[in-house]
Design a protein around this ligand. Structure first.
Ligand code: MSP
Length: 679
């Protein structure tokens, strides 16, 4: 049997479960169902990352005091509860505090040491507790500022074990070269390649000042670095290095490791280097997805735009949320989450689109065919004498062709495009029904064959659609299936085994129920607003710690900083302004400019034939990861100029704040096409 191993990152228990965690896990759950439907033996792993300084600190801050294990147990229980409510069907939940994991992490450490890649030395440098990452010094003696956590890194001076990451630069680059699918999407792959080309330093992999973690074998004064510990989960859960679990020979290397773009470097530089050092195979694909924003802003507790899983599940069917996650966000790019957008999607695609097609078709079967699935039309055995028979064949051909597109796009993890293909079938069948007007055909008994052809063709397309949608809408597709009078479950039917014209004629359809009632947007929004208010009053959802889990949750602050407003420049007229060509652009690539601590090199799409390169002095405040995929505003007709030997073909717009001129990059709340002019 073909196997498939899919993983999500393990979630830090320094924050309670939120939309970001649910998103990655929903994608993994959908991919699991998709592969299982196609006969794969799938193993789907998720879990929690429970060690490290920030978790220890959070537990110690609690009043009354609790021990760290109790603290993490409580948060893990919350994760398990939320994930169960969302119907996420993982095969194993790993906890880095599990004994088998600890034993195996020590084994991995031992093995890399034996292979000659670990040495003891002294670490003198900077560490950001928020990132659990050592930071480079940009100015001699000055603490580097972490833009993700809005604070300076801490000075650390201690004995440490080091991993010889520098020994892997060439091997990693060769691996990336030979395995183009290892890092996806392409833009992120380029970013990692240029990072590795810039040189790799050895990595400190133990801390003496951190106690909450796994001790270094034979030197328990040292605790293993939390990322070494966490990354190992992908193999320890399969029994590597321990006797408790099993599956390593069967499932490793992983087929798909899903991660957010903020943690891609750990997964595509450190992780493969650890595996190489231990002589283990590397995962086939690490796919970095984008971040959910809220109302065009980064999700942040202070801004009050956190998307609460408890609210989502209270007001929306879980299939609605799954559908929205896969359809709304282009996989790999950032996406905006608003309740309005979710309601709009449900109403337009599910209620009006799919739901309407199902109910109008089945109601006609009730009315014109005594609730029995009609006979297979002659058109499908090659008898195409009439125009209406030809039309039925056209609908069939479109359905079969779009099904292939769905399959290819999904296999390539282009979920939104895969779903677009399904909705093209829905739109085509809808039009076919409206054009054929079965209600008119029904007025004359001599049209019965034509009427049944229309209904059979529509039902057959619906059977295909339901099978395609089963991994995304598991509950709703099962209901459609039974309403259609079909046996078994769409989940168990591989699309490869579907053949057109095998709809079981004569089956009695089930009771026709409204599956997707249209949501009353105004009423629902009022209820959600009220519920949010109640929750924040009761403080039932306060995060464990104020250090946010991801860059996206960190940057914005609740109150706009007060700055002195600079005096206005002399008046210009409209013709002066018209000389400036401002355009919408999207960042395709982003990287730091070596030896220039302020500059980022961006490659942007301004809607022209070829992307442009621009240099932006924002590197102290924005990481390349934060800029990737963003829509920005560029002065497109600015004379090119050279900075550090690189040509800048334009300039990005940003607000400039305070004495330091801290930049805040301008962007849009709505989606806008690249190249659109601002005026
Ligand atoms: N513990 C580490 C991962 C270790 S894996 C060996 C970690 N945990 S996390 O809880 O902070 O983040 C887990 C995942 O959630 C990351 O992939 C991150 O990108 C994702 N998300 C967190 N916020 C998100 C959004 N707002 N939107 C989408 N995904 C987000 O990092």
């Amino acid at each position: 049997m073909k196997t498939f191993y899919v993983t999500t990152p393990i979630y830090y228990v320094n924050a309670r479960p939120h939309l970001g965690h649910l998103y990655t896990t929903t994608i993994a759950d959908t991919v699991t169902r998709f592969k299982r439907q196609r006969g794969f033996d799938v193993f789907f792993l998720t879990g929690t990352d429970e060690h490290g300084q920030k978790i220890e600190q959070a537990a110690n801050k609690r009043q009354p005091q609790v021990d760290v294990k109790q603290h993490v147990d409580e948060i893990v229980a919350e994760y398990l509860d939320i994930f169960a409510q969302f119907g996420l069907n993982y095969d194993h939940w790993i906890r880095t505090t599990d004994d088998y994991h600890k034993e195996a992490v020590q084994e991995l450490f031992r093995l890399t040491d034996k292979a000659g890649y670990i040495y003891k030395s002294h670490y003198e440098g900077w560490f950001c507790v928020g990132c659990s990452e050592f930071k480079e010094e940009e100015e001699a003696g000055k603490a580097p500022f972490c833009p993700l956590h809005d604070r300076e890194a801490e000075r650390v001076s201690e004995e440490s074990y080091f991993f010889k990451l520098s020994a892997f630069q060439e091997r990693l680059l060769n691996y990336y070269q030979e395995n183009p699918n290892f890092i996806r999407p392409e833009s992120r792959r380029n970013e990692i390649i240029s990072f590795v080309k810039g040189g790799l330093k050895d990595l400190s992999v133990s801390r003496v000042s951190v106690k909450w973690g796994i001790p270094v074998p034979d030197d328990p004064a040292h605790t293993i670095y939390v990322w070494f510990d966490a990354l190992s989960n992908y193999i320890t859960a399969l029994g590597w290095g321990n006797k408790t679990r099993s599956g390593f020979d069967k499932y490793w290397p992983a087929d798909l490791q899903l991660v957010g773009k903020d943690i891609l470097r750990f997964h595509t530089v450190y992780w493969p280097a650890f595996l190489m050092a231990a002589g283990l195979e590397l995962p086939k694909t690490v796919y970095a997805h984008g971040m959910w924003l809220s109302g065009g802003r980064k999700i942040s507790k202070e801004l009050g735009n956190v998307i609460e899983p408890k609210i989502l599940i209270k007001y929306f069917a879980r299939d609605y949320i799954r559908y929205f996650c896969l359809r709304e966000m282009v996989f790999g790019l950032d996406g905006d989450f608003t309740y309005e957008a979710l309601i709009n999607r449900v109403n337009s695609d599910l209620a009006k689109g799919l739901g309407n097609l199902v109910s109008r078709t089945l109601k006609m079967v009730e009315k014109y065919c005594q609730s029995l699935l009609p006979a297979c039309p002659k058109a499908f055995s090659g008898e195409v004498a009439e125009k209406w028979q030809e039309e039925a064949c056209q609908v069939r051909d479109l359905c079969l062709e779009r099904s292939k597109v769905f399959e290819n796009e999904f296999n390539d993890y282009n979920f939104s495009r895969a779903l677009e293909a399904v909705w093209e079938i829905i739109a085509r069948v809808d039009k076919y029904i409206s054009d054929s007007a079965p209600w008119n055909l029904a007025k004359d008994a001599s049209n019965q064959e034509q009427l049944e052809t229309v209904l059979y063709t529509s039902l057959e397309a619906l059977r295909y659609i339901t099978v395609m949608l089963a991994p995304i809408l598991p509950e709703l597709s099962a209901s459609i299936w039974s309403q259609m009078g079909l046996m078994d479950s769409p989940t168990n039917i591989s699309p490869e085994n579907l053949a057109w014209a095998e709809l079981p004629s004569g089956n009695k359809i089930g009771e026709v129920k409204a599956l997707f009632p249209t949501l009353d947007k105004e009423k629902l929004m009022a209820e959600i607003t009220e519920e949010k208010k109640k929750m924040s009053e009761n403080n039932t959802v306060a995060p464990v710690e104020t250090v946010p889990a991801t860059p996206e949750t960190t940057e914005t602050t609740a109150t706009t900083p007060k700055v002195e407003v600079p005096p206005l420049r002399p008046t210009i007229n409209i013709d002066d302004f018209a000389k400036i060509d401002l355009r919408v652009a999207q960042v395709l690539e982003a990287e730091r400019v070596p030896k220039a601590d302020k500059l980022l090199r961006l490659v942007v799409d301004v809607g022209e034939e070829k992307p442009r390169q621009i240099l932006a002095g924002i590197a102290q405040y924005y990481t390349p990861e934060q800029m990737l995929g963003r829509k920005i505003v560029v002065i497109a007709n600015l004379e090119p100029r050279k900075l550090r030997g690189l040509e800048s073909q334009g300039m990005l717009l940003a607000a400039s704040i305070g004495d330091e001129g801290k930049p805040v990059v301008a962007g849009f709340l709505e989606d806008v096409p690249n190249g659109a002019r601002l005026k």
